[in-house]
Design a protein. Structure first.
Length: 78
């Protein structure tokens, strides 16, 4: 296996982890942060929706990375 291919696979898996992180932080900020911390509602909505939308964007980017890293042959890349 090519070391570049292995690095792409590790990066793709890390991207999936980050998608879960961004969506989790977004949901936490939108629904639960005001119960645990003293934060203004507008800040929670702005930050939460930003994290949530960026997480949704990263889903599509991560899907393309996973498809390229795991499901393409080495002949296709050259």
């Amino acid at each position: 296996m090519n070391s570049n291919k292995l690095l792409q696979q590790i990066t793709a898996m890390f991207g999936i982890f980050m998608v879960a992180f961004y969506i989790g932080v977004g949901v936490f900020m939108l629904f639960y942060a005001r119960k645990w911390f003293v934060i203004d509602k507008a800040i929670c909505v702005i930050m939460g929706s930003t994290f949530l939308f960026f997480g949704v964007y990263r889903i599509f980017v991560s899907i393309n990375q996973v498809r390229k890293a795991f499901f393409t042959r080495e002949e296709d890349e050259e």
